[in-house]
Structure formats: structure tokens, C-alpha cells
Design a binder for this molecule. Structure first.
Ligand code: ZN
Length: 303
């Protein structure tokens, strides 16, 4: 886990990460988070002379603003927000990807639009559906699981148990796994992209299928929600024009009667989750307006 202190004016002091202690069980993770939050509060007290006004936490799994309902990875169920913080500090929770989407929405790549999709492509693929400026979690909290929408009806079985999920073809780990299976060589997703550019046939096929899978999913998303923008982040999102140019073409080719939305790289990188959590912290403090004047330049400056 990673954390930091963020002032009202958007000055960020990031802190060294800590292990979640997941192997010791769900309650050990909750205790480790509470201890880390206490440690950050102590740093804040010595640096600024005040206790924190609020705490925001971006957590995995199914989550509401006041309760971490379930995480398959960590194993917790129904943990209230206040259990994650030392006594009395107001706290608010957010889903990890939607929290990143909130930060991209308020002062990142989506700041000039209210309706967009934030799609980080890493080990897995999840999306933050941003509607009217707010990340939308749906009726049960799993809204945005675009990584598990089917793209090939008779395709590979996904780790989730379904058939032909987007994540099975287009996540960074899928690209690496599929390249190894096809070529007998091991390479990271980033290396596969570089090999594809240099003309390696197996790498080209695998990367091409990843782009095709993304185009299929994004065409469905575009037809359902009519976003003005799709923001792509995560490791593969940093691939640049080699990803964006063919993906733009494929997406446009799949849409007959509507304009494809603009595709744009994420602005906040790996810091999106922490910065979004800072916005939640200020919301918990009863100051929802804090953050609208922050800029990505100020927030990421000096690092
Ligand atoms: Zn799946």
C-alpha cells in the first residue's frame, strides 16, 4: 500500500509504501492500514502542526463510500470506513480504479469533460465509468468491470470463470502470456510491444489481437454510453502512438453511425489512486470543493 499527505492547496508529500500483510489474513490488513494511517497522521502533525481533516482510502473489490463490502484478494467482508483509521478522523472509501478515475476527472486527462471512460490496462483491466463528472459504480459496486466483458464468444477461459473476456487478450499479463505460448520466448508486455514494432511476427499477432479486443469492447462502450473521451492508463497505456493509432482506426472502423470518442493517455500515471483518495479525504472532511483548482503540474511537480 502507498499513501501520502495532501494539503488543501494540493501540495503532495508521498510516503514510502508498506506491505499489506495479506498473508496474515483480512484483519491483519485492516490493522496494517490503520497503523499506516496513524503514521501518516503523525508525520502531518509534526510537519504542519495539525491532525488530518479527513482520510480517503482507495481499496480493491466491492466498495461503497462507507463500507469495504468484499475483496477476493484480501478476503475481507463488510469493513466500515472508520475501522481503517485511528479514532475520530472522518474517512471515506473508494474503489481503487474509480478513485483513479475521480482524480483523472477532476484534474487529469478528463478535466475538460464530464462523460468519459478511464481504462487502466495493467495486470488486469478495470474501468471507471465517469458519468456527469462522477465515477459510477452501479447497483452493486461492480459497475465498470469492462475487463470481464466478452469479446470472443468461443475464446479462452478467463481467470474469473467466464469465456473470452477482454482481460484474457489485452491486459499486460495476457499479452506476455500469449506471446510466450505462441513463440516459446518470455518477454514483458512492454517488450512484446517493442518486438511487434520491430517486425517480430509472433509479437505482432499477439499485440494485434490485444488491439482488436480493445476495439470491440470500446465500440460496445461507446454505443452504450456515448462518452466524449476514453482515457487509457496503466503500463500498456504508456505504449504511446503504437497503441493509440491502430486502436483509433479499429474503433472508428467498428462504428458505422456514430463518431468514435477521442482516445487520450492518462495524465496522472501511478499517482492517480492516491490523488483520488486525497479528494475523498477532503470530501470526508466536509469540503467537497477542495481539489477543483489543483493541477496535475502542481501535484506531480518536483517528482
Ligand atoms: Zn473474466
Amino acid at each position: 500500500m502507498k499513501g501520502g499527505l495532501v494539503t488543501r492547496s494540493g501540495e503532495v508529500t508521498p510516503f514510502e509504501g508498506r506491505p499489506t500483510e495479506r498473508e496474515r489474513g483480512a484483519w491483519a490488513v485492516v490493522a496494517a492500514i490503520r497503523a499506516y494511517v496513524g503514521e501518516l497522521a503523525g508525520h502531518g502533525l509534526s510537519r504542519f502542526g495539525v491532525e488530518p481533516s479527513g482520510v480517503g482510502l482507495a481499496v480493491p473489490g466491492i466498495v461503497t463510500s462507507s463500507m469495504a463490502l468484499y475483496s477476493a484478494n484480501i478476503g475481507w467482508r463488510d469493513v466500515p470506513a472508520e475501522d481503517f483509521v485511528p479514532g475520530g478522523v472522518p474517512a471515506r472509501l473508494g474503489h481503487d480504479v474509480r478513485t483513479g478515475g475521480l482524480a483523472e476527472s477532476v484534474f487529469g486527462a478528463g478535466r475538460d469533460t464530464a462523460d468519459f471512460l478511464f481504462l487502466p490496462i495493467g495486470t488486469g483491466i478495470a474501468g471507471a465509468v465517469v458519468v456527469r463528472g462522477e465515477p459510477y459504480g452501479g447497483a452493486h459496486g461492480w459497475g465498470g468491470e469492462i475487463g470481464h466483458t466478452p469479446v470472443w464468444p468461443s475464446g479462452e477461459t478467463c481467470a474469473c470463470g467466464q469465456i473470452g473476456c477482454l482481460e484474457t487478450y489485452a491486459s499486460a499479463s495476457a499479452v506476455a502470456r500469449r506471446f510466450e505460448r505462441r513463440s516459446g520466448r518470455t518477454a514483458t508486455a512492454k517488450e512484446v510491444v517493442a518486438l511487434a514494432v520491430s517486425g517480430d511476427a509472433a509479437a505482432r499477432e499477439v499485440f494485434d489481437e490485444a488491439i482488436e479486443a480493445l476495439a470491440i469492447s470500446l465500440a460496445s462502450y461507446t454505443l452504450l454510453l456515448d462518452p466524449s473521451l476514453i482515457v487509457i492508463g496503466g503500463g500498456l497505456g504508456e505504449a504511446g502512438p503504437v497503441l493509440f493509432e491502430p486502436l483509433r482506426e479499429r474503433l472508428a472502423a467498428r462504428l458505422a453511425f456514430c463518431e468514435p470518442p477521442e482516445l487520450r493517455p492518462a495524465a496522472l500515471g501511478v499517482h492517480a489512486g492516491m490523488l483520488g483518495a486525497a479528494l475523498l479525504g477532503w470530501q470526508a472532511a466536509g469540503e467537497p470543493g477542495v481539489g477543483v483548482d489543483w493541477t496535475a503540474e502542481t501535484l506531480l511537480g518536483g517528482r
